[in-house]
Write a protein that binds this ligand. Structure first.
Ligand SMILES: [Zn+2]
Length: 182
């Protein structure tokens, strides 16, 4: 397979954002029994829909999302990764655990959430770079084709991930296709 010059994204781990421990017995915290390379076939982009600025501590925002998702019964933060306004990437729920970010369609779908409201905010270049790097890395490892890089709105009736991420999707797919030999 080989990563062919792809750079492994720098991930800010759960302990670095003081994640609460997941509820391991929660039905929405489902641990796949197969190798994740046999499980994942799709990557889905979301936004947090809150207007995120650069003054707020992104770690506190992510903890807030986790707490909200746990109140809703997801057992942990629903997304596998979160990207902040600076383009930093944070670890969400662990990848061997099924995500909780699509209505009736979580199996085999990795969830990535970008902090901010992309109906109102533009994606920064550093965020675009982070998305390309993260998605390319996992597309290579999991053999995900560019047509399976989706926005939440492709699966459910929602504006998520917002117009500015939706309009970036074709560029993302193209950039990933150029980087990844699949
Ligand atoms: Zn969404």
């Amino acid at each position: 397979m080989g990563s062919m010059g792809l750079k492994k994204p720098k991930i800010i781990l759960r302990k670095e954002w003081d994640a609460l421990p997941p509820e391991r017995n929660n039905a929405n915290y489902f641990l796949y029994s197969r190798d994740i390379r046999e499980v994942y076939y799709s990557i889905v982009l979301h936004h947090s829909a809150d207007l995120a600025n650069l003054v707020q501590d992104p770690k506190a925002i992510i903890r807030g999302i986790q707490e909200e998702h746990m109140r809703r019964g997801y057992g942990d933060i629903g997304y596998h990764y979160v990207i902040d306004r600076q383009g930093n990437v944070y670890q969400g729920r662990l990848l061997p655990v099924r995500g909780c970010h699509v209505y009736r369609g979580n199996t085999g779908r990795m969830g990535i959430c970008v902090l901010g409201n992309y109906e109102a905010q533009e994606l920064k270049e550093s965020q675009q770079d982070a998305l390309v790097e993260l998605v390319a890395w996992w597309a290579q490892y999991l053999h995900i084709t560019s047509d399976q890089i989706l926005g939440h709105c492709d699966l459910n009736a929602t504006a998520c991930p917002g117009i500015h991420i939706r309009s970036f999707l074709p560029l993302l797919k193209k950039a990933v296709k150029n980087k990844v030999n699949i």
